[in-house]
Design a protein around this ligand. Sequence first.
Ligand code: ADP
Ligand code: TRP
Length: 327
Amino acid sequence: MRIISGIQPSGELHIGNYLGAIKNWLELQKNSKNECWFFIADYHSLSEDYEPKEKSKEILDLATDLLALGLDPKKSVIFQQSDISDHAALAWIFNTIVKVSELERMTQFKDKVMVQKQNVNAALLTYPTLMAADILIYKAEAVPVGEDQVQHLEITRDIAKRFNTRFEKTFPEPKPILTETARVMSLSDPTKKMSKSHGPKSYIALNDSPETIEEKIKSAVSDPGGKGPGGANLLSIFKSFAVTREEKTEYEQFNKDHDAGKLMYSKFKPRLAELIAGYFAEYRKNHENLAKDPDYVKKVLEDGAEKASSIAQKTLKEVKKKIGLTI
Ligand code: ADP
Ligand code: TRP
């Protein structure tokens, strides 16, 4: 199966990104029958407010984080989106077959318009056509993402279908692959999804120290005795990071207490913080080493771009021919 996914370089990785998407990337690359492509969606990230001086650092940091988590250039092709200009060319072609009204219906578009009222640029609207191009240019069949991206995959399938009907059968109709925790909620407002855009107190970054994790979990919204969304979210995070048999048993007990309305947060929260900090201990060590060798990280992206570009060019050539541009 050919698999692709991307992530924007726009701030720190958090446990929502990890549990919703990257955890599956790591699982999928283990299976040698899968052909995995993972990339840094830097073009997409330009649709949000950003500081040009910081962008290149964000790209390098994200690549470093992904390698430290275990993405393996021997098993997966890892690259930077803007290195492959064919994505943007295919997106332009898709813009000619997608309707403005379809793009305006996207939840992410509607949300972002509210967040960055002073910067409602056209890329916010056409974001999904570039995403469709990212996926379809490699003719990928499956896309591991968090739940918030499912709507973008629906429109990707619509674009593929429309292209295949209007021209010639060219693209597969890719499906999302979701994890068990496809939607981790914010620590400060458990009715919203955990996201970089709601400030550092709302999420746990993978690079947070054990002390910071403890502080953040301590101040996370919970529901003493009750069964509200805050407690349920913390429990589901506990469940996701419980790996050993003991940790799983511990989870069962906490969950039972929560159901019975007598969960002791003063005991549960420090354990949860400890569990998360322990889970990422190896990552933090890998990260420290990789951060000392940016040239290696850049080389991984260069090698990845070389592999990606040959496939992307081939698809674009095929598409140009089918739509009548080749003379
Ligand atoms: P953010 O909302 O923090 O900016 P991104 O848009 O960069 O995150 O998302 C990168 C990947 O992580 C996507 O696959 C997305 O679906 C997933 N993801 C982001 N936030 C969450 C969350 N709270 N729960 C589960 N998955 C998430
Ligand atoms: N839109 C995705 C996000 O915000 C990132 C992304 C861009 C992506 N292109 C993609 C994900 C292609 C999967 C496939 O998280």
